[in-house]
Design a protein around this ligand. Structure first.
Ligand code: SF4
Length: 710
């Protein structure tokens, strides 16, 4: 099997959509919106949380399940507000979908496959009965008269395991990884049960995908699960031939078996290669040096120019189509969730580029078909040629940004830890610090279930291994064997990181740096780093010739380059251009309509000499007061420009106080958490609240608790 551009890791979910339309998954990876929340998605995400928690804690009693549902609902209040439904409705909906969980537990969670609800150790396997409580592993591809296979899930290995595989050019987040015993009839079955079959057993790690609903094993679900068997085989160093699908609302609570089909995998991987070849056209730099990701591009050449819609000749972006042609299938397109984005790109990137029609193209968009013409007009007719060019130019700039992300991402598997540490983006040769009582193996300090607790569930302290040799001396006078300070590189407190073991166990856990000093780094991560099971996996995944010393488990901690993505930024850009989108901002930002200013109400009459001037304004200088006046007069927006040290922070703090005094609610946001915290600390320190301490109004601070300083 040839993997084209393996550095591009496509998600198994995206690939499972590819057989129908290859354009759709690429569009979804380019433009990711948080606003497309539907009730089905919300119930699904809550139910996943409930099921994963029951699996983790191995508790299935009704009161516990109810408690998990309640906590999942409370943790998803934000989503409930978006879909406009109440907590009570959410509880009912999730409980309805959780009905199959108890059956799942009774049938499959066991050390041996169950027959009629009993362990096969005291109930001969061969005398199986097709009863509700037998742990039958449903196979939608087998005949009705075939003797069924049986399943026992003996252990939960992980939940939400995030696996990156440059070997297959894939990545995926598995709902659950379980150790399972599958008992297969080893002799051809007869149509009657007079001659019970004998059974053979396999015991391997298996991917378990959880799906809400009743429908059994649609093509997309099967494809996704099959791809997970590839990821799991590599991650655990075993040959996982089957995946499991569990539909939480299925009548009998049965699990569906998804065997890894050779032809299906071949078809999926060839779709992956085709998609990767399209995507690669966007990340490579310059056509002549397609493989050279490090080649620099002059940003000026790619800067947006509304009067020049043609892309710059040497950016290598959009010289060729980067999206597969639309399929124009009436049934599929009318129901497609990416329809708006698809049509926006079709309008703004006709045949993907208006440049150089003489160039030979690999693909052409077909003409808009009759069924789509009225929809296309309704969705895009409002866009002027200037607006179309604006979207195309800014979208291209985002693609340029993405090139760097891809370059940094691939360093995790193309550069050794030492090499990457030289670039300041990794701590190499790290071991778990056993000296510290509070940290270390599976110390669960952030064990809050729900969205807040997902990224920081476990805390670990790491130090350099005693056998570690510095990849370079930290100063000309220092030898490579002296300890290199962890403060030397570009990693800082609050940075997102991944924890890996070379060469195959990439990104075992993700999280943030909590504390950092020259010898030690403390991190909060989303997965347990269980050293004994990791050692086994390291030994299995290493080749026989590898003579590495496995007595000590050595980790690398990398800056998490997957953290950033332009998909959300691109979505924000697209929101301006969709029909029914943000027309006001479209005219202000794209058409450059001048912002309107009018006298503030109540009038702004503050002067430093005025005795009625509120105290938070009295200390402002005339330029700062001018800035305040401008902002308070703005109907659309106002920009304050100032050199460092000219008092912009002071103006912002005073502005917040003044707006609150006028009965307004203020949203303060910034690109960094620290900038928001600086303003909030200023409000806190300047007093004004009760007894002169703190702000005189309430502040709700949103953000990752590990990154917020207050
Ligand atoms: S609208 Fe049609 S062509 Fe476009 S992404 Fe969806 S299914 Fe594919």
């Amino acid at each position: 099997m040839i993997i084209l551009h393996p550095d591009l890791l496509l998600t198994a979910t995206a690939l499972s959509n590819a057989p129908q339309c290859k354009r759709k998954p690429i569009l979804s990876s380019l433009v990711r919106s948080t606003s497309d929340v539907t009730p089905a998605l919300v119930w699904g995400s809550m139910l996943h949380e409930v099921m994963q928690r029951c699996l983790t804690e191995d508790r299935w009693e009704e009161t516990f399940v109810d408690r998990c549902i309640n906590e999942a609902v409370l943790g998803g209040l934000g989503e409930l507000v978006k879909i406009g439904l109440s907590e009570d409705i959410a509880r009912t909906e999730v409980a309805e979908r959780a009905k199959g969980m108890k059956l799942f537990k009774d049938k499959y969670l066991s050390q041996e496959p169950k027959v009629c609800g009993k362990s096969t150790s005291n109930f001969p396997l061969s005398s199986h009965v097709r009863s509700q409580s037998t742990a039958i592993l449903t196979n939608t591809r087998s005949g009705a008269s075939d003797a069924p296979s049986l399943l026992a899930i003996t252990k939960l290995l992980d939940i939400e395991e995030d696996i990156w595989s440059p070997t297959f050019g894939l990545k995926g987040k598995l709902d659950a990884t379980v150790q399972g015993i599958i008992s297969d009839p080893s002799s051809p079955s007869s149509s009657s049960y007079r001659a019970p079959p004998s059974y053979t057993q396999t015991n391997t790690p298996l991917p378990l995908e959880l799906k809400t609903g009743r429908s059994l094993a649609g093509m997309e679900h099967r494809a996704q699960t099959m791809l997970y068997t590839l990821l799991l085989s590599e991650r655990y160093g075993v040959d996982t031939k089957d995946g499991l699908l569990f539909y939480t609302q299925s009548e009998g609570g049965e699990i569906v078996r998804v065997p890894r089909g050779r032809n299906e995998i071949r078809g999926l991987m060839s779709a992956r290669n085709e998609m990767a070849s399209y995507m690669w056209r966007r990340v490579r730099k310059g056509k002549s040096k397609a493989m050279d990701l490090d080649m620099e591009v002059d940003i000026e050449d790619a800067s947006p120019g509304v009067s020049n819609p043609n892309p710059p000749a040497n950016s290598g972006i959009e010289d060729e189509p980067f999206l597969p042609p639309p399929i124009d299938d009436e049934r599929a397109c009318k129901r497609c969730y990416a329809l708006d984005t698809c049509l926006l790109f079709r309008k703004t990137h006709p045949n993907h580029s208006s440049s150089a029609p003489k160039k030979k193209r690999l693909t052409y968009d077909p003409p808009i078909p009759a069924f789509l013409a009225p929809i296309f007009d309704a969705k895009t007719e409002h866009l002027s040629s200037k607006q179309t060019a604006f979207f195309r130019d800014w979208e291209r700039l985002l693609a340029l940004e993405e090139r760097d992300l891809v370059r940094f991402k691939r360093e995790l598997w193309t550069l050794g830890a030492g090499e990457r540490e030289k670039r300041g983006r990794c701590f190499s040769g790290m071991v778990v610090n056993r000296q510290i009582k509070n940290y270390g193996a599976a110390d669960k300090t952030g064990g809050v279930w729900g969205k807040e607790g997902k990224i920081h569930r476990y805390t670990y302290s790491f130090i350099r291994s005693g056998r570690w040799v510095a990849p370079f001396p930290s100063s000309p006078t220092q030898s490579p064997t002296s300890k290199l300070s962890l403060l030397n590189g570009h990693l800082n407190t609050g940075d997102p990181i991944t924890v890996s073991i070379e060469p195959n166990l990439l990104a075992l856990a993700r999280g943030y740096i909590l504390e950092l000093n020259p010898e030690e780094v403390v991190i909060g991560v989303d997965h347990v780093l269980d050293e004994s099971s990791l050692k086994e996996r390291v030994q299995r995944t290493r080749s026989a010739e590898d003579d590495e010393d496995d007595s000590e488990l050595v980790f690398r901690i990398d800056k998490d380059e997957l953290f950033g993505s332009m998909a959300r930024v691109r979505s924000n850009l697209a929101q301006l251009f969709y029909a029914g989108g943000d027309a006001k901002r479209l005219s202000l930002v794209v058409d450059l309509r001048k912002p309107i200013f009018s006298a503030p109400t109540p009038p702004f009459v503050v002067t430093p000499s005025n005795p009625s001037t509120p105290p938070h304004l009295a200390h402002l200088n005339p330029s700062q007061l001018d800035a305040m006046h401008k902002v308070l007069s703005a109907e659309d927006y106002a920009l304050i420009l100032g050199m460092p040290g000219t008092g912009k922070t002071t103006v912002i703090a005073a502005l917040i106080r003044e707006l609150v005094r006028r009965g307004k609610t203020v949203l303060l946001s910034s690109y960094t958490h620290s900038a928001v915290d600086t303003i909030l600390m200023k409000l806190e320190n300047e007093g004004g609240g009760k007894d002169g301490a703190g702000a005189s109004f309430g502040v709700l601070r949103l953000g990752n608790t590990d990154k917020v300083c207050l």
